[in-house]
Design a binder for this molecule. Structure first.
Ligand code: PMP
Length: 413
């Protein structure tokens, strides 16, 4: 069923604002999504009526807050096909979730000379924690190469797996190329090679149906703020046996069963990984965000973004810009993220001129410096990205603004 975009837009207060004297055209949802009033109201209601610390108080307000917090995890677990709320650990973000695995799982399971395999299309949050682990342990960090600057090269991935890495970590969807990796197949191959698998789902969960029981990864991480929810709340899904066996990442209140002067024992899952007071309002907001997305239907969300992306690829082609990532014929393997470049125009100039027309896009290395500078061979690229509230007319506005870039910078073709 097509999304009722005009109706959806009315739920997002920021979309009726003006920037630089022009109606806001927000094309940067890959950086962070906007928030509907349902999420804003849920957070505000929590503060106005339900605020108390969780797990602690023996009074109704605290018990209700605890129940809502658990309900948030149950809602998230059902949304992504996780077994139970016990498999859902809340951290600050995808970044913190990956750091937790690299530290807590990595330190216990990766040793000198062991291999860690990632890919050339990773975000810094799925590179740097593994570099740090490799340095701490004297391990080797390998990268699966890309084919045609778009997809993971299958032969190279197989060859790197044959070196029997301890862990394989890869993005489900690239935040620069828009490439959708075949997460289930890559997980299966990595498991056959004896590796543990972590998937960075930051750009996947907000945009398409995700069923973790079909994908089969050991760990899967994503962020609330990219899926209509608040900042400061992210999810680490982990399989039960692996979470059970893993040491905590943070120590402190609530993650313990008992504490003595020298030794402590750990709480049960998922609390063992959540030390100190948590982002309770973030969890409440994330629950509201998931309910909002569920109501729209993730198949419909994906279809909408596919339509917008196809349209934008056509229009950008007509405008004569170079687009990175899978092309229109490969749309089934491409999400609504389009990085591009324009001859004789610097990425930052493009973003600035579009901003003067009310169009918000991101420009830079998109926290994927190895990919942008070494594979795309650009110091920076502009990127537009779409979500449930974007329209064809907004793409027209953005492409028309690219015409202005040519005018201002006096680019002839
Ligand atoms: N991975 C990918 C693919 C991303 O796009 C992002 C956000 N740009 C992250 C990880 C990190 O997410 P966060 O900043 O929420 O930790």
């Amino acid at each position: 069923m097509p999304l009722e975009v005009e109706k959806i837009r009315k739920d997002f207060p920021i979309l009726s604002t003006v920037t630089n004297g022009k109606p806001l055209v927000y094309l940067d949802s890959a950086a962070t999504s906007q928030k509907p009033r349902q999420v804003i109201n849920a957070v505000s209601k929590h503060y106005r009526k339900n605020n108390a610390n969780i797990h602690r108080g023996i009074y109704k307000l605290a018990e209700d807050a605890t129940a809502q917090y658990i309900k948030s995890k149950e809602t998230v677990a059902r949304f992504v096909g996780a077994e139970s709320y016990r498999n859902v650990v809340y951290f600050r973000s995808t970044t913190e979730a990956i750091n937790a695995v690299a530290r807590a799982w990595g330190d216990a399971n990766v040793g000198k000379g062991d291999r860690v395999l990632i890919t050339e299309m990773e975000h810094h949050s799925n590179i740097v924690p593994w570099q740090m682990l490799a340095k701490r342990k004297g391990a080797v960090l390998d990268y699966a190469k890309l084919a045609d600057g778009k997809f993971i090269n299958r032969e190279d991935f197989a060859a790197k797996l044959a070196m029997r890495p301890k862990i394989v970590a890869f993005a489900h969807v690239s935040n620069v190329l828009g490439t959708i990796n075949n997460a289930a197949e890559m997980t299966k191959l990595a498991h056959e090679a004896g590796a543990t698998v972590l998937i960075d789902g930051a750009q996947a969960v907000p945009h398409m149906p995700i069923n973790l029981s079909e994908i089969g990864a050991d760990f899967y991480a994503f962020s609330g703020h990219k899926m209509l929810g608040p900042s400061g709340i992210g999810v680490l899904y982990g399989q039960e046996e692996i979470l059970d066996a893993m040491e905590p990442f943070h120590g402190g209140g609530d993650m313990i069963r008992s504490v003595d002067f020298q030794e402590s024992t750990w709480n049960e899952l998922p609390w063992k990984f959540e030390a100190g007071t948590q982002n309770i309002e973030g969890a409440i907001g994330l629950m509201a965000a998931v309910k909002y997305l569920k109501k729209l239907g993730m198949e419909n969300v994906r279809e909408h973004e596919k339509t917008l992306t196809s349209y934008a690829l056509d229009k950008l082609g007509e405008a004569g810009v170079t687009v990175y990532g899978p092309d229109k014929t490969e749309i089934d393997r491409r999400a609504g993220v389009i990085a591009f470049s324009m001859k004789d125009a610097h990425a930052h100039d493009i973003a600035q001129i579009l901003d003067s027309e009310g169009v918000a896009i991101r420009s830079g290395h998109h926290c994927a410096m190895p990919l942008v500078t070494k594979i795309l061979n650009e110091p920076a690229v502009p990127r537009m990205s779409f979500y449930i509230y974007n329209t064809h007319a907004e793409i027209d506005t953005a492409v028309a603004a690219l015409g202005k870039v040519k005018e201002v910078l006096r680019i002839s073709s």
